[in-house]
Design a protein around this ligand. Structure first.
Ligand code: UD1
Length: 428
C-alpha cells in the first residue's frame, strides 16, 4: 500500500510546467483508431489512465510506440473489436473506444466502464446517439454488443455530455453522410479532439460550439500536441492559494480557466495571466466567495469543485457549493472534516465555514479530484497527514509528489510505513 505523507504549513512557492490534459489525451488516443495511417501525439502525460488506453490500443491490434511524452499509434493492423473486461474496468474513458471502433470496423463489444465513483454514471446518451446513427445495441451476459452500418443523423443530446459528444464525433466519421449534434459539450477537450481530427483531414464544423456538423470520412494522419490540463492547473493553483503561496504555472491556458481564476481572485488572490502561463499570489488566509455552482463548460468545472473547497477550508466566512454535474461528488468531505474543516452537505449543496486551522489526519482518497482536495487540505494542516488510495491520484496527476516538492511542499511518497525523518519528529 502506497501512502503520501504530508507535513503541512509551508506555503507552496515556485514554478512548474503544467502537464498535458488527461481529459484530452484519452479521447485523442481512442480517436487514433479512426486515422487511416495513424497519428503522432505529443505532450502525453505519464498517467495510469494513459497506460490503460495504450494497453487497449495494443490489445486491439494497433502498433503503439511511446517515447517520452510522444505516442505514435499505427492502427493499420487493427484486428480486434472487443475491449477486455479488466481494461474496461480500469477507467471510465474506455467507453470512448466504442464510437471509433464502430466507425472503423462496424462493431464493438464492451462491458460497463470503471472510473471514479461519482454516483451512477450511465452511458445511455452514448448509446442513444449511436442508435440514432443506425447502430444496433444488444446486451448479453454483462457484455454490450454494438454493430451496424452507420448513417449520418441529427442528434440532440438531452445533456451536453463530454464523453457522449466525443464518442459520437468519432462514430460519425465512419457514417455515410452528415451528422449534426445539437447541445454538444463545449469543453475545450472536445475542441482539442476536433482539432486533431481536422489536422488529419476530417470535416467537422462548429468546434467549441454547441452545434457540431460532422461529414463522414476517416482522417488520414496527424501530428498533434495535447492541450494543457486545466484540471491539474486548477489543482496546483488551489494548492498554492490554500497555503498562502505563490505559483508560476508554465504552459497553462488561462482562457480555459476563467471561472476558477474568478473564484480564486474573489478569494483574495492576485492572478496575472500571461501568454500560455499564469502567476498567482495568495494572501496568508483566503476569504469566502459567492456560491460556486458547477456546470458544463464554460461554467465552473465540476472537477475543480473539490480542490477549491479544500483551498477555502481555512478561509474567512462561508462559501456554498452546488454540484450540478454529478449526482454524488462530495466523497472528499469526510476526509476534510477529519482534518478539522467545517462542512455540511445536503444533497447537491455543501456549505463550508472556514476555520482558522486544519490538523493532519489519516485519510483515503476515493476518487481523483477528491484525493487532490485531501492533498491540498493536508498541505495547509498543522502536523502530518497520511493519504492512501493513491491509485486514484496516479490516474490524473503526473509525478504529483515531485511537483509538490518542487514547490516546497513537505511531501514524501512511501510504499511501506512512516518515513524516518517524519516519524522521528511528530506522530501522524
Ligand atoms: C468528463 C471528464 C470528467 C468531468 C466530466 C464533466 C473525461 C475523461 N472525463 O467525464 O473529468 O468531470 O466530463 O465535465 O473527459 N451522463 C448520463 N448519461 C450518459 C453520459 C453522461 O446520464 O450517457 C451524465 C453523467 O452521469 C454525469 C453528467 O452526465 O452526471 C456528465 O457526464 P459527462 O459529461 O458524460 O462526463 P464524462 O465524459 O464521463
Amino acid at each position: 500500500m502506497d501512502y503520501l505523507w504530508i507535513r503541512g504549513g509551508r506555503p507552496l512557492a515556485g514554478e512548474i510546467v503544467c502537464q498535458g490534459a488527461k481529459n484530452s489525451v484519452l479521447p485523442l488516443l481512442a480517436g487514433a483508431i479512426v486515422f487511416r495511417q495513424g497519428c503522432r501525439i505529443h505532450n502525453c502525460p505519464q498517467l495510469t489512465d494513459v497506460e490503460a488506453a495504450l494497453a487497449i490500443l495494443t490489445r486491439l491490434g494497433c502498433r503503439v510506440r511511446r517515447t517520452g511524452g510522444t505516442v505514435e499509434v499505427d492502427p493499420t493492423g487493427l484486428t480486434g473489436n472487443r475491449i477486455p473486461r479488466a481494461l474496461m474496468g480500469a477507467m471510465r474513458s474506455s467507453v470512448l473506444f466504442l464510437g471509433p471502433l464502430l466507425a472503423r470496423t462496424g462493431s464493438c463489444c464492451l462491458c460497463q466502464p470503471g472510473g471514479c465513483p461519482l454516483g451512477s454514471r450511465p452511458i445511455d446518451l452514448h448509446l442513444l446517439g449511436l442508435q440514432a446513427l443506425g447502430a444496433e445495441v444488444e446486451r448479453a451476459e454483462g457484455w454490450l454488443y454494438c454493430r451496424g452500418k452507420l448513417r449520418g443523423a441529427a442528434i440532440t443530446l438531452p445533456f451536453p455530455s463530454v464523453g457522449a459528444t466525443e464518442n459520437l464525433i468519432l462514430a460519425a466519421l465512419g457514417a455515410e453522410g452528415t451528422t449534426t449534434i445539437y447541445n454538444a459539450a463545449r469543453e475545450p477537450e472536445v475542441a482539442d479532439l476536433i482539432a486533431m481530427l481536422s489536422a488529419g483531414g476530417a470535416n467537422i464544423a462548429g468546434g467549441g460550439s454547441a452545434m457540431l456538423q460532422i461529414t463522414g470520412g476517416l482522417p488520414q494522419w496527424a501530428e498533434y500536441r495535447v492541450m494543457p490540463d486545466r484540471m491539474a492547473a486548477a489543482t496546483y493553483l488551489c494548492a498554492a492559494a490554500g497555503t498562502g503561496g505563490e505559483l508560476r504555472l508554465l504552459e497553462a491556458e488561462p482562457r480555459h480557466l476563467q471561472p476558477v481564476l474568478q473564484a480564486l481572485t474573489a478569494a483574495g488572490c492576485t492572478i496575472s495571466p500571461g501568454a500560455g502561463e499564469l502567476h498567482l499570489k495568495a494572501p496568508a488566509r483566503l476569504k469566502a466567495v459567492s456560491p460556486v455552482r458547477t456546470a458544463p463548460y464554460p461554467g465552473f468545472p465540476t472537477d475543480a469543485q473539490a480542490p477549491l473547497m479544500a483551498a477555502l477550508a481555512r478561509s474567512r466566512g462561508v462559501t456554498v457549493f452546488e454540484e450540478n454535474v454529478f449526482a454524488s461528488r462530495y466523497g472528499h468531505v469526510p476526509a476534510l472534516q477529519a482534518m478539522g474543516a467545517n462542512i455540511r452537505t445536503a444533497g447537491a449543496v455543501a456549505a463550508l465555514t472556514g476555520v482558522p486551522e486544519l490538523h493532519g489526519a489519516q485519510v483515503e482518497a476515493t476518487d481523483l479530484r477528491g484525493g487532490a482536495a485531501m492533498v491540498i487540505a493536508a498541505l495547509q494542516a498543522r502536523g502530518i497527514s497520511r493519504i492512501g488510495g493513491l491509485a486514484h491520484l496516479n490516474r490524473g496527476y503526473a509525478d504529483f509528489p515531485r511537483q509538490l516538492e518542487l514547490l516546497g511542499g513537505d511531501v514524501k511518497l512511501e510504499r511501506r510505513g512512516l518515513p524516518d525523518e517524519l516519524g522521528r519528529t511528530e506522530p501522524a
